[in-house]
Design a protein around this ligand. Sequence first.
Ligand code: ATP
Ligand code: MG
Length: 571
Amino acid sequence: MRWSKTLLATLREDPKDAEIVSHKLMMRSGLLVKLSGGLYSYSPLGVRVLHKVEKIVREEMDRAGASEVLFTALQPIELWEESGRAGLMGKSMFRLKDRNDQTMVLGPTHEEVATDYLRTLASSYRQLPATVYQIQTKFRDEIRPRFGLMRCKEFVMKDAYSFDLTSEEADVSYKKMYDAYLRIFARCGLDAHPVEADTGSIGGSHSHEFMVLAPSGEDGILFCPSCRYAANQERAERRAPPCDWSSPSADPRAKVATPGAHTVDEAAAALGIPSDQVVKSLVYLADGKPVMVLLRGNADLCEPKLRRRLGCAELEMADPETTAKVAGPFGSIGPIGVGIPVYADVALKEARDVAVGAGEDGFHVVHCNLMDDADVKIASWDDLATVVAGDLCPHCGKPLALERGIEVGHVFKLGLKYTASMGFKVLDAAGKSVTPVMGCYGIGVSRTVQAIAEQNNDKDGIVWPASVSPCQVALLQLDGRNEAVKSAVDSLEAALEAAGIDVLVDDRDERPGIKFKDADLIGCTVRATIGARSLEKGGVEVRLRRTGETELVPLADAPAKIAGMLAAQAK
Ligand code: ATP
Ligand code: MG
């Protein structure tokens, strides 16, 4: 590959809208070209990285026994109505009409299509287990597309779907994909951790996300350094902290003026008690119906947990008017005597002496007993709080640590959700009709490309692992008018390509300094430089991008030397 024929353009400055290092570097190195918000074109170098990651994914999917298919991106809405998800997807699904006024969607994911594919082809237990996968463009109308390839409106995903006769067999299929994911991310040079995850709108019984740790990651992950428990903050559990007010107060329940106290901390200060002992009351609309949530004053609601508990599609905090009508004004919301269901966090269980909003501006009620007061009706006690650093591990009780991560993959055991709603059945060995158990498995292929850059860079640019480097070698031709240099470059390029090593030859008429800077920015694993000076000194200067280790080798030895350096990097 010759730079002079490739229309590559590196940028000196970071683009204004790029907030995280990988986005800046992908743009500056000319791997991506922005079309508009959440839409990026890949340059010849960018597409090479994408294809290399795809190749790794394909090899490992094939090795795990999955069969490659290719579904259509365009899907009839009827499939989504059959599965019951048409409404659930909300505005994140692109919808359009064909010329006959039929509603179509641009696939954000393919559970429905995969289930339809299997029910068309399979009717007997002999055809199962079956796992199909594809690598395809997905479309999602994200609320906030950002961070380059991390969150796009159009992106490349590998999605796989498994179908098994029994739940136990489905666990085997799940494990195969889980193990394949570990191999894929390791081969991409990524340090990715599986963590327990929320099942979101896809539904299902259990799931893991594969997280690349990075401070810029959008997900919070709780880790237990002691027992290795790891979970996404959207679902992480904690051991409930001890309750210091489990005995009723000797003093009677009383309404107290707390003028100007609108936050938990202000109320706690006004009442002279710890903020933990003030109940945080929130009103939410679950599919339009108001519900109240109670938490300890210093805890925050984890909305995905509440959504799961209620099984609702839409969940939003109620507006001030609705809240005032059902539970009192903001700042003084409380559970006493309200006519809406009240869900309390388990950390409030046994709370017999707490302060709550009085439902009246400027007042709180002290010595409220959530367990026994007749006019406080708790619908259920659930794990609803967001787990934070320092909370106790649900398994071993040690303090948890919080890190940030980028979700590059996700595996779900779906159970019967789609196969049952879409009527997919096969006959088992006894001739009985059974509904297969399904799993689904996604990898954000394009997000993975950028996650690799996020985890592999230094002050000068990207440092691509050898397995996914846009070209394994950047061959810099200095003094391009010098015939000896030109012929040495030609011969090294040919020798490397013959050995199956891809090369980007920088044959531009540019100053050496610019070529060195751009080579560092793009970050090919090995840099080889040939100029009049290097030839005089005896040959080719080879340099490992990751360590800067440089060596001068005779031209004839360079291909073997470079192959050895790449092989050592792959380990
Ligand atoms: P997120 O929580 O980041 O929105 P998700 O849970 O919606 O992701 P899945 O439906 O599990 O994602 O999709 C599988 C994979 O596709 C994700 O693990 C992620 O790597 C990738 N992915 C999801 N949404 C996007 C997007 N908008 N742009 C790029 N990659 C994405
Ligand atoms: Mg996910």
